[in-house]
Design a protein around this ligand. Sequence first.
Ligand code: FES
Length: 105
Amino acid sequence: VTFYVEDEDGERQSIEAPGDMGLSLMEILKASDYPVLATCGGMALCATCHVEVVEGKDGLGDASDIELDQIDNLPNPTPTSRLACQIRISDDLDGAVFRLKGESN
Ligand code: FES
């Protein structure tokens, strides 16, 4: 599956990742050296893995209550904000675009 990540300067890069290994977007971002702190290690507790879903929202499952609570507490939430650690990479995400928001927290 190929998706796109936009940094805070608006630069878009494509990332290819396996869609069948149950990896989270956060794990892929960290492995690709994006500046994602992910302090809590993917427990939906720190919200430093905040991303905005620019395209491909339909390929994502619904956010859990815990995730929604974290997003509510962010200083800069958007209508399509999600936590990257709660997004499972699957073939449904082909062509999706994620904008990194975590650095501004
Ligand atoms: Fe902490 Fe996602 S890594 S909320």
